[in-house]
Design a protein around this ligand. Sequence first.
Ligand SMILES: *[C@@H]1O[C@H](CO)[C@@H](O)[C@H](O)[C@H]1NC(C)=O
Ligand SMILES: *[C@@H]1O[C@H](CO)[C@@H](O)[C@H](O)[C@H]1NC(C)=O
Ligand SMILES: *[C@@H]1O[C@H](CO)[C@@H](O)[C@H](O)[C@H]1NC(C)=O
Ligand SMILES: *[C@@H]1O[C@H](CO)[C@@H](O)[C@H](O)[C@H]1NC(C)=O
Ligand SMILES: *[C@@H]1O[C@H](CO)[C@@H](O)[C@H](O)[C@H]1NC(C)=O
Length: 942
Amino acid sequence: MKLHQLNISAYYSMYLQVIILFSSSYLWSQFAIPTNALGSEGDGLALLEFKRGIVSDPFGVLRSWNDSTDFCNWKGVTCSRRHKRVTVLSLYEHNLQGSISPHIGNLSFLKLIDLSNNSFSGEIPKEVGQLFRLQYFYLTNNTLTGEIPAQLSNCSELREIDFARNRLAGRIPSELGYFAKLELFQLGANNLTGRVPTSIGNLSSLVHFSVPYNNLEGNIPKEIGHLKSLSILAVAANKFSGELPSSLYNLSSITIISTASNHFNGTLPANIGLTLPNLEWLAISSNELSGPIPISLSNASKLQAVVLSTNNFVGAVPRDLGKLVDLWWLGFGSNYLGSNSSDDLNFLTSLKNISQLQILDFGGNQFGGVLPASIANLSTTLTKLFLGGNQISGFVPTILEKYTNLRVLDMARNLFTGVIPSSFGMLQNVQGMDLRKNKLFGEIPSSFGNLTQLIELYLSENMFNGSIPSSIGNCKYLQYLDISQNNLTGAIPKEVTDLSSLSLLLNLSYNSLSGNLPVEVGNLKNINALDVSENNLVGEIPTTIGDCKSLEYLNLQGNSFQGVIPSSLASLKGLSHLDLSHNKLSGNIPKDLQTLPFLVYFNASFNELEGEVPTKGVFRNASSISVMENSKLCGGIPELQLPACTTARATKHGLSHSLKLAIIISCVVLVLLTLASFLALYSKRNSKKKPSPMLSTKDLEPGHLPKVSYKMLYEGTAGFSLDNLVGSGSFGSVYRGILGQDERVVAIKVIHLQQSGASKSFMSECMALRNIRHRNLVKIITSCSSLDYQGNEFKALVFEFIANSSLEEWLHVDGENSSRNLNFLQRLSVAIDVASALQYLHFECEPPVIHCDLKPSNILLDNDMVAHVGDFGLARILSTTNGIPRSQTSTIGLKGSIGYAAPGRSLPFFLIFFLELLKILSIYPRKHTIQKAHKNLFCFFF
Ligand SMILES: *[C@@H]1O[C@H](CO)[C@@H](O)[C@H](O)[C@H]1NC(C)=O
Ligand SMILES: *[C@@H]1O[C@H](CO)[C@@H](O)[C@H](O)[C@H]1NC(C)=O
Ligand SMILES: *[C@@H]1O[C@H](CO)[C@@H](O)[C@H](O)[C@H]1NC(C)=O
Ligand SMILES: *[C@@H]1O[C@H](CO)[C@@H](O)[C@H](O)[C@H]1NC(C)=O
Ligand SMILES: *[C@@H]1O[C@H](CO)[C@@H](O)[C@H](O)[C@H]1NC(C)=O
């Protein structure tokens, strides 16, 4: 487990830079009126053609584009006064959908096109090359594909090009050099490949060159040094390599250098601070840069952000960085700075002059010595302080209490000693605190209960003694608590096991804790990993452990637990690792443990267990289990070499089993016969599919993923890039991503937590999806609840990726795209799938789950055209005890055994619902949503 949020500077820097660079302002103001006259009636026609290319205009901005008014008065259109020719086409942020008509090329007087923040798709028409008066061309934030047309180079008047955040591919055209007047060139967040053409050196007016988040490679051409007006060079998050051209450092106009996350190598020139006096941002983290940090940097007095993290810099940190009074971010973590000597940290002294410092990162280097007293003189604006992973010794300074704005404090992996000052309770905004792997001792201050914003707390691998303060129970947002490997004694406070916010980890292992495991452990309903191993715990394992429905990792090893293994463990459907070894457990191994689909590790060795070892599930594989040193166990697979169990019991068992089976079969046959006529409805599909849903074997495959971190999701989606955005709703955005070593393609739903209700929606989706599995429901793989690289709360759900988009897109086809039409059989099949899913949710889950947001856009079709119902953000879990449905937050499980359904009520529901769906799907595919039918029927049946 590691603190991904705290080691973030590289990504954070990159991300922030990009945000800053994208929000560039528009520079145009007033335009000269053209003097040459050409016919104007063609402009109206061309505009109407442009309108025809737009298939969706939800705000009706193009309603005014009709014959009753002069086209010069149409919304978004501006004409030259004298010639009545269109000079401005400005339609940004209107949610327009469609393509850009090639007829735009007829509007030959155009000076400005702004179609930003819409959903234009298709290619940029090459006819734009006819717009030789064009000066400002903005297509930012659409979904345009194809290449940048080389014909654009005819538009020699262009001053600003912003095509950022589209899906443009191919190379940056080498004809680029023709734009003698170009000042702004933004192509960030596309799929561009290849090199930056050397012709960039001809863009003699260029001020802003920004191409982050592409797949560009090669060097930055040295010709960039010809650009005497260049102010912003933003090339972060590409595959660039080589050294930055030395000519770059002679451009005194430069204000921003942003090259993070590439493969640049080489050193920074010693005089960089002198040759670049206007530099405001030097953000070059996550490269392969080496050599010392130039002392001259402190002469670049306009610097606001210096982010050198994750490179190979060596040597000392310049002593007078404090001259950079505008600095708010100083990051040089994860390098090879310092020499483990006592004056390594002297650079801190001068930082007292920086009044707005927010982020200071010098973690992950070789700094030695003690924290100098000057650590007390930093600005109280500090929000993030990273100094973990050095060799800093001495006491934890009490004075840190003054930094009450701190959100992240990382002092881990150093040689700090002494006690944690109880005044740390003043750090009331802290969300992540990492003090692990030091030599701290004494009690964990009970004032930690004051840190009510804490999300992650790491105190492991120290020498803390005393007991765990029960006040930790006040940290209601705590998700991750690791106090392992200390000398803690006393009982586990029930306040800690009561913290239902704990969702990632509770690790109390390798201490000397005594007493029972509190029954309140069942309140850890969201916990993923629980480790209390190697303590002195006694008593029985509370059966409430079966309520920790999210558990995947449970380690109770090395205690003195007695009694039986609670059979409730078998209700932990996601459990993959269970270690009960080295205790005093007796009784049988619960047979149901063999039904746990994901269990891959089971260790019950060194106990006093008896009876039969199961042979299915995890027990099938000798290398996944250990049951040694339990003298009275028998049976199991032969590899275990246990004595055979006495057969009498087994036979008796077998008999009663087959008797039961016979009764069940007769009942089923009877029911089937009665309903034969109905079942004929599905005869087409019957061989593949049963109307009664059950867990498909595919769902039970153990290739599931462990809990994922924000970092994994970030990397798997190329930083949540727009290229990977597949959809967006009010509560979340869905990205396509690739996870894990097996490069599994998944859909990642990132919850918009700022949206009110989104957090609740996340909870209900988690609740609803926790245990349900059905072939017609979108399968949840895992979830992530963590902090993002800005330290903001981040929640996401990871689903299997369904390839063929939503039913909505299949139903609402444009005329041209008729290959996407569903035929009758496919519609029928979709109807049956959706009905099966609902039948399952309503009648086989206990308590029932009501989707509440069923509509074609929430029904996804896979490659085999099998429908999967998704988006449980509004789902309700019902308690129907007295017939009155009631919203409830309790967890759900399967009612009875898998596949069981009360036939009395569900079958008519199923049939009527199915027929209703069928009607809708085949007769009114465009007008009605399934939701209506669903709601009506739902009311009818409850
Ligand atoms: C645009 O110009 C082309 C020829 O350059 C012509 O064929 C086309 O009809 C024109 N479109 C409109 C709408 O006038
Ligand atoms: C045509 O545009 C005018 C505004 O310019 C608007 O009032 C009118 O409703 C529009 N006509 C149609 C048929 O949309
Ligand atoms: C992209 O455009 C949409 C629609 O106007 C807008 O909501 C969104 O904020 C824009 N995104 C960015 C990053 O500009
Ligand atoms: C596009 O949307 C972003 C984010 O909402 C906004 O900052 C930007 O100003 C918008 N641009 C235009 C041209 O509407
Ligand atoms: C806890 O917080 C309160 C304010 O809510 C503060 O007055 C008190 O000093 C804090 N306690 C400690 C030990 O820091």
